[in-house]
Design a protein around this ligand. Structure first.
Ligand code: B12
Length: 208
C-alpha cells in the first residue's frame, strides 16, 4: 500500500496527489496499482464524510482531484488503428451520479479494444433498453455506488427481460453497491468491485 498517496487523497491535497502519481509513474508503477491506491484514499474520504468531518463540498473536491489524476493514469487507445473486439453498453444506473469508477472501467475496456457506448450517469432502465435494441451490444455494464443503485440495476435487468433482450446480452454489474447477495437478487451474469476483473469478464464473453 502507498500510504503517502492514500493520505494525500484523503487530505484532498490535489497538487500532492498529482506530484506523487507522476513520481510513481516515472518509476514504472502499474496504472491499476495507482488506481487502487486512489480508490483506497476515496474510501477514507467517504469515512470522514460519514463521520461528519467532511461535507458534500469535500466529496466534490475529491471527485475533481480524482478526475484530474485519472487523466494522467488512463491511456486512450489510438482510435484509428484498433481492432474492435466487442461492444459494451455502459452506464451509471438511475438515481446515481457517481462516475469515476465507471470512467476508469470504460478507459480500461477501450484500451483492450472494446467499443464503449457510455450512456453517462443516472441512466433509466428504459434508456438501457432502447440503446440495447439500437446498438445490439454483446455486454451491458452497469455501475452503482449508492445503495439505491441495487434496485435500479434490478429494474434494468427486469426491463431487459420484459423486452425479450436478456438472453441476447451478458450483464455485468460493478461498483461499491454490489456484492454476492445483490448480484443474485439483480440477476446479472457477473459482478465485481474491481475494474480489472470486469475487463477480464468482458474479454472472456467475447472469446478473447
Ligand atoms: C467522490 C464521491 C462523490 C462525488 C462523485 C463525483 C463523481 N464524478 O463521481 C459527489 C460529490 C458527486 C458525490 C455525491 C453524493 N454522494 Co458520494 N461519494 C464519493 C466518494 C468519496 C468516492 C466515490 C469514488 O469515486 N470512489 C473512487 C472510485 C474509483 O471507486 P469506485 O466507484 O468504487 O470504482 C471502482 C470499482 O468499484 C470499479 N467499478 C465501479 N463501477 C464499475 C462498473 C463496472 C461494470 C465494473 C466492472 C467495475 C466498476 O471500478 C473502479 C476501479 O476499480 C464515496 C466514498 C466511497 N467510499 O466510495 C462517496 C459515497 C459513495 N457517496 C455517498 C453519498 C451519500 C453521496 C450523496 C447522496 C451525498 C449527498 N447528501 O448529496 C450524493 C449522491 C448523489 C447521487 N445521486 O449520486 C455515500 C453512499 C452511501 C450509500 N451506501 O448509499 C458514500 C459511500 C460516502 C459515505 N461513506 O457516506 N459523491
Amino acid at each position: 500500500m502507498d500510504d503517502q498517496l492514500i493520505a494525500a487523497v484523503e487530505q484532498l491535497n490535489g497538487d500532492e496527489v498529482i506530484k506523487l502519481v507522476e513520481q510513481r509513474m516515472k518509476t514504472g508503477k502499474d496504472p491499476a496499482y495507482l488506481q487502487k491506491q486512489i480508490q483506497l484514499g476515496m474510501i477514507k474520504v467517504g469515512i470522514l464524510y460519514e463521520k461528519g468531518d467532511y461535507f458534500i463540498a469535500d466529496l466534490i473536491m475529491a471527485g475533481e482531484i480524482v478526475k484530474e489524476v485519472l487523466k494522467l493514469i488512463l491511456s486512450k487507445p489510438k482510435k484509428d488503428n484498433y481492432n474492435k473486439i466487442g461492444t459494451v453498453l455502459l452506464g451509471t444506473v438511475e438515481g446515481d451520479i457517481h462516475d469515476l469508477g465507471k470512467n476508469i472501467f470504460s478507459s480500461m475496456l477501450e484500451a483492450e479494444g472494446f467499443e464503449v457506448i457510455d450512456l453517462g450517469t443516472d441512466v433509466a432502465p428504459k434508456v438501457f433498453v432502447v440503446q440495447t435494441k439500437e446498438i445490439r451490444p454483446q455486454i451491458i455494464a452497469m455501475s452503482g455506488v449508492l445503495t439505491l443503485a441495487v434496485e435500479s440495476m434490478k429494474k434494468t435487468v427486469d426491463a431487459l427481460i420484459s423486452h425479450g433482450l436478456r438472453d441476447q446480452v451478458k450483464v455485468l454489474i460493478g461498483g461499491n453497491a454490489v456484492n454476492r447477495i445483490s448480484f443474485e437478487y439483480i440477476g446479472a451474469d457477473a459482478f465485481t468491485n474491481n475494474a480489472d476483473e470486469g475487463v477480464t469478464y468482458c474479454k472472456k464473453w467475447v472469446n478473447c
